[in-house]
Design a protein around this ligand. Sequence first.
Ligand SMILES: NC(=O)c1ccc[n+]([C@@H]2O[C@H](COP(=O)([O-])OP(=O)(O)OC[C@H]3O[C@@H](n4cnc5c(N)ncnc54)[C@H](OP(=O)(O)O)[C@@H]3O)[C@@H](O)[C@H]2O)c1
Length: 319
Amino acid sequence: MAEKKIIAVLGATGAQGGGMARAILADPNGGFAVRAITRDTNSEKAKALAQAGAEVVAADVDDIESLKKAFQGAYGAFCVTFFWVHFSPEKEMAEAHAMAQAAKHAGLKHVIWSTLEDTRNWVPLSDNRMPTLHGKYKVPHFDGKGESNKFFAEAGVPTTFLLTAFYWENFIYFGAGPQPGPDGKLVLTVPLGDKKMPSIAVEDIGKCAYGIFKRGSEFIGKTVGIAGEHLTGEQMAAGLTRALGQEVRYNSVSPEAYRSFGFPGADDLGNMYQFKRDFEDYYCGARSIEFSRSLNPELQTYDQWLAENKSLIPLKTAA
Ligand SMILES: NC(=O)c1ccc[n+]([C@@H]2O[C@H](COP(=O)([O-])OP(=O)(O)OC[C@H]3O[C@@H](n4cnc5c(N)ncnc54)[C@H](OP(=O)(O)O)[C@@H]3O)[C@@H](O)[C@H]2O)c1
């Protein structure tokens, strides 16, 4: 049997990379093997990956020499950065730059870079519809990723630029789920008006990425976008109502109101939702559900995801 092509997976103990690792491990005859990258090879999650058949290696995205070593001898890599660890687009760009340089050094044949739009191409800094943040960004956690595309292109790394989407897991782990309103009833607060937003089960990001690797060189040099569904706030709330068996109302606030909520990153997320709202046609158009399903026939619908995960969504009661 031909030797398996090794995919080095960043963030393998996390959401996107974990899905990538599990997609490869679930297909033992698919011709690919996982090299899971973590800072701590002794963590429970790292040990579980090793137990499931992954090679587990230590590296830190802030240490390029460790990345070069982790990529050595691999066929490809799944590259993702971790904005919410530090909230710094500059740091995110430095990490993406290190990944691209390490990929070039290792001579990787195919990198999937998990990216998002540089929103300044749609909303220049001079456009006052939303505030400029950190001096030179509109949506910092998007713009740094989009600007980082050039590091992979300029280094000549064979790259697929993967535009991801809002994960439904944000309802569980990111504080984005329903909260009790003033009357004690649950509300889902999203500043989208009546516009649709692409969203996805995070496990499906990894499965779609695996579909891209399996298609060989077809998507190298290309930008591809994925989503499980395109849903309005009303539809997201209605799905939660069905799944939870109690009413969840859609609370459509303005982006200005959302930015003023004051939690860390509220301004960044307020601008993000405004970008998605104001450029709905482009943003949904760049993330085709049919295309995603062609990469990953197991692509979950919102209702399927809710049926599986509803009990994990933390529900606070009114104070
Ligand atoms: N939430 C959304 O809806 C959404 C949508 C699209 C894109 N994104 C983007 O997704 C990215 C985060 O991905 P994720 O959700 O998969 O992250 P995650 O679940 O928080 O996973 C992070 C993993 O990365 C590893 N990590 C953290 N710092 C590291 C470092 N310095 N070096 C090496 N590994 C490190 C950690 O592994 P160890 O502790 O094992 O080292 C951790 O398990 C963010 O940049 C965000 O903007 C999010």
